[in-house]
Design a protein around this ligand. Structure first.
Ligand code: SF4
Length: 371
């Protein structure tokens, strides 16, 4: 059995750690590129969600490199994601690829079924070995996320442009050839030290932007046209609550403290949206509200063209923008999104946030002088 899985940002790092620990052969799909997308565009219906098209491209590229089993996470939520596994299986069969697809629905959808499917992957490995591997992979997942957060803090403050990206790119080039969770953790620690040593301007007070939207689109840099890097290069500090590690903590290995905090955030938005309507629309509304109360300068929502839950969230955000007095911009991406227009919109939004900040500071100065 040779397993593959879809790309979603740096998710491949903990997944690699997991399968390395289980001693299972994997094919990490090549980095997403124009070629990956072209494969997906050729074999998916035009109106299918962008993530479905890109991940089909991942599978075909991996199958050509020897993969025969695909593992993906499932969801029974009320949107098209619930059908991804079945639809993708049909598409691959039509293309002549006879591969096994294992869909891991969150355990709350049925713990027995979940374990049956996990056993399909782990085979005859003893349970303790499987649990130990999951535990180590989870640690890798948390550490990878901490590293990404450090990248976001450093990039907007670095003195020598490009230091942060050069360090992180070196890490990504190396990590694919490192074997085992321990080796991966050591590589993360080494990169962490290098990032901490990057020279930054501590007097800088960067504009802060919260990213919200459909989970795949905000996490996968190819699909969001590398928005974190683009904003970081403009001196903006990006905050992104939605993460692979957060998804795992919430759905796969429930972390009580984390879940309680997330539930509080969700409940705080009940005046705007008080239930799950599929995808991560509820999180989009709740995180937007939370970011505005945490003092962000602005919020950017990103969604793939035609994403039903995010369209509903988009219709709610102008009310939050008005009531919380915070600028919010929505970006819709698809295979036709042009880089130049995208960059121009980001630059214009960041200019607006600078103006808003100086207006607020001037007003605050006036209030102080009147007193
Ligand atoms: S959340 Fe949006 S993009 Fe994702 S499957 Fe549902 S409709 Fe498609």
């Amino acid at each position: 059995m040779v397993i593959t899985f879809p790309h979603m940002g740096t998710m491949y790092i903990p997944v690699k750690a997991l399968f390395d620990e289980l001693g299972i052969n994997i094919v990490i799909p090549p980095r997403i590129s124009k070629r990956t997308l072209e494969v997906g565009l050729k074999c998916c219906p035009e109106m299918a969600c962008l993530p479905l098209k890109v991940t089909i491209g991942n599978y075909v590229e991996s199958i050509k490199r020897g993969a025969d089993t695909i593992v993906l996470s499932g969801s029974c939520g009320p949107c098209r994601f619930g059908y991804y596994g079945v639809v993708q299986k049909e598409i691959l069969r039509d293309l002549g690829y006879d591969v096994e697809i294992v869909i891991l629905d969150p355990p709350r959808e049925g713990i027995k079924e979940f374990w049956e499917r996990v056993k399909k992957i782990t085979g005859n490995s003893p349970l303790y070995k499987g649990l130990r591997a999951i535990n180590k992979a989870f640690k890798v997942c948390e550490e990878t996320e901490r590293l990404l957060k450090l990248v976001l803090q450093k990039r907007c403050r670095e003195v020598y442009k490009g230091d942060t990206d050069r360090t992180f790119n070196r890490f990504e080039d190396k990590i694919r050839s490192v074997k085992g969770a321990q080796g991966i953790l050591e590589c993360i620690q080494e990169t962490r030290k290098q990032l901490e040593n990057i020279k930054v301007d501590n007097n800088k007070k960067p504009i802060k932007v919260g990213l919200v939207g459909e989970i795949y689109t905000i996490i996968e840099p190819y699909v969001n046209l590398n928005i974190e890097k683009r904003l970081g290069d403009m001196g903006v500090e990006v905050h992104r609550e939605m993460s692979v590690d957060g998804w795992v903590k919430y759905h796969l290995a429930p972390d009580i403290k984390f879940r309680r905090k997330q539930k509080q955030i969700l409940e705080s938005s009940k005046d705007y949206l008080g239930l799950c309507i599929g995808g991560h629309a509820w999180e989009t509304v709740a995180h937007t509200l939370n970011y505005s109360r945490e003092g962000m300068d602005g919020i950017i929502q990103i969604l793939p063209f035609g994403c039903m839950p995010e369209i509903v969230a988009e219709s709610i955000l102008p009310t939050i923008a008005k009531e919380e007095c915070i600028p919010i911009m929505t970006l819709v991406v698809d295979e036709l999104t042009g880089e130049a227009g995208y960059q121009t919109r980001l630059e214009a939004f960041v200019d607006l946030l600078h103006l808003e900040r100086s207006r607020r500071e001037n007003e605050f100065g006036k209030v102080l002088s009147w007193n």
